[in-house]
Ligand binder design. Structure first.
Ligand code: UD1
Ligand code: UDP
Length: 378
């Protein structure tokens, strides 16, 4: 069928929309038809639709409604609904990004229907099995036909594990996203007018192993309240729910040292990162964004592990754990040391999406894509 979209692009969470936006733009600029699916894992307007509109993406042809956040049921629902979308659209390849339950469920749905899979941001490893993301990304990497890795190191992780698919080192599309959106953000965002502090640390926290653990959540909140640098804190819905179950919400929201915000749009977030003195986060994507030449900020990673060791080795990030005293010491260290940071990012120079789309275009044009059919070990 002429112009029948051979590519199904799937997203389901906030970071997937942001990191897939450059892919969609590259497909559009090469006039490659594609179908676009939002799986509905994130569903609040300010965690989903807001980003599709702000980043000027086409409206998804398929918007799934997921009725639960219980991880197994959520994954099952996304799997079943994506399987139906695949039956309707008959793509040759599914493109899926990252390590969320959406990534896992969409990849499984494609695999069960013998559709090729392109995994964007393949090969990351935290070696921290407490994290659902570590399980998701490992499974998806072993199902995928194309593994688009951000760095040589993530490619090595995959080689070591003998994955079957083709490994392509492309850079991370988050650098493309920062490059494409920061100039627009600086023009359009007015968030700085609402910020109460001249100098601040930008904070986020949402990791399940952090915010669902009451002791860790308390440590983080106390560190933010006592921080020597005031805190700007857009709060993820998971964390808001966890905070409201305890008296920590009141403590945090009445602190003069912390300005709480709801989850904010990408343009506002980019501007806040750019103007911050320091970033404190357990986010994956933010560790990468901080290395973009246009941002270049030190990051304290409030976790016990990271799947982004390149940011640590380049000097941008430090894994500081989740103890209050350590976090406070590390904030003081950054304030006193005024670190000098590299001019380039370990995650590429902003052309990852172009490279990924080029590889997919060639593969689609050269032969009908099929799942691996002869998976004998090497
Ligand atoms: C998910 C991903 C995580 C990713 C994060 C990005 C998994 C296992 N985790 O975590 O890797 O870093 O997205 O932000 O896939 N909620 C809302 N409104 C929303 C979205 C979520 O209220 O729009 C609430 C849910 O009801 C639930 C909680 O937040 O109670 C967690 O949502 P969920 O999508 O399961 O996981 P995240 O913590 O967002
Ligand atoms: N982000 C945003 N608004 C916010 C918080 C984060 O636009 O209030 C962006 C941020 O710039 C990054 C992405 O969301 O691109 C990171 O998402 P998150 O931390 O939720 O997920 P992770 O990257 O850890 O999977």
């Amino acid at each position: 069928m002429l112009n029948h979209p051979k590519i199904l692009v799937a997203v389901g969470t906030r970071p997937e929309i942001i990191k897939t936006a450059p892919i969609i733009r590259a497909l559009q600029s090469c006039s490659i038809p594609f179908s676009f699916l939002h799986c509905g894992q994130h569903y609040d307007h300010n965690m989903s639709q807001r980003f599709i509109e702000e980043l000027n993406l086409p409206a998804p042809q398929f918007n799934h409604k997921i009725t639960t956040s219980q991880p197994a049921q959520q994954t099952v629902q996304i799997f079943a609904k994506t399987a139906k979308t695949i039956r309707q659209t008959q793509p040759q390849i599914l493109l899926t990004e990252g390590d969320t339950n959406t990534t896992l469920a969409t990849a499984l749905a494609a695999n069960k229907q013998k559709i090729s899979i392109g995994h964007i941001e393949a090969g990351l490893r935290s070696f921290d099995l407490r994290m659902p993301e570590e399980h998701n990304r490992r499974i998806v990497d072993h199902l995928s036909n194309f593994l688009f890795t951000p760095t040589a190191r993530s490619a090595q992780n995959l080689t070591r594990e003998n994955v079957w698919g083709k490994i392509c080192i492309t850079g991370n599309t988050i650098i493309d996203a920062v490059t494409q959106h920061l100039p627009i953000a600086q023009e359009k965002s007015s968030i700085t007018r609402t910020i109460q502090f001249e100098e601040y640390a930008l904070v986020t926290a949402h990791r399940q192993e952090n915010v669902d653990n009451p002791q860790v959540l308390k440590n983080l909140v106390e560190a933010f309240i006592e921080s020597p640098l005031p805190i700007i804190y857009p709060i993820h819905p998971r964390t808001q729910k966890a905070l409201k179950k305890t008296n920590l919400w009141k403590k945090l929201s009445t602190s003069k040292n912390v300005q709480i915000l709801p989850p904010i749009g990408y343009f506002d977030f980019l501007v806040l990162m750019k103007n911050s003195r320091l970033i404190i986060t357990d986010s994956g994507g933010i560790q990468e964004e901080a290395t973009a030449p246009q941002i270049r900020k030190p990051v304290l990673v409030t976790r016990l592990s990271t799947e982004r060791p390149e940011a640590v080795e380049a000097g941008f990030a430090k894994v500081v754990g989740t103890e209050k005293v350590t976090i406070l010491n590390e904030i003081n260290n950054v304030l006193n040391a005024k670190p000098t940071l590299p001019e380039t990012s370990p995650y590429g120079n902003g052309d990852a999406a172009e490279k990924i789309v080029h590889i997919i275009e060639q593969a689609i044009n050269s032969s009908p894509l099929a799942p691996q059919t002869n998976p004998l070990p090497p």
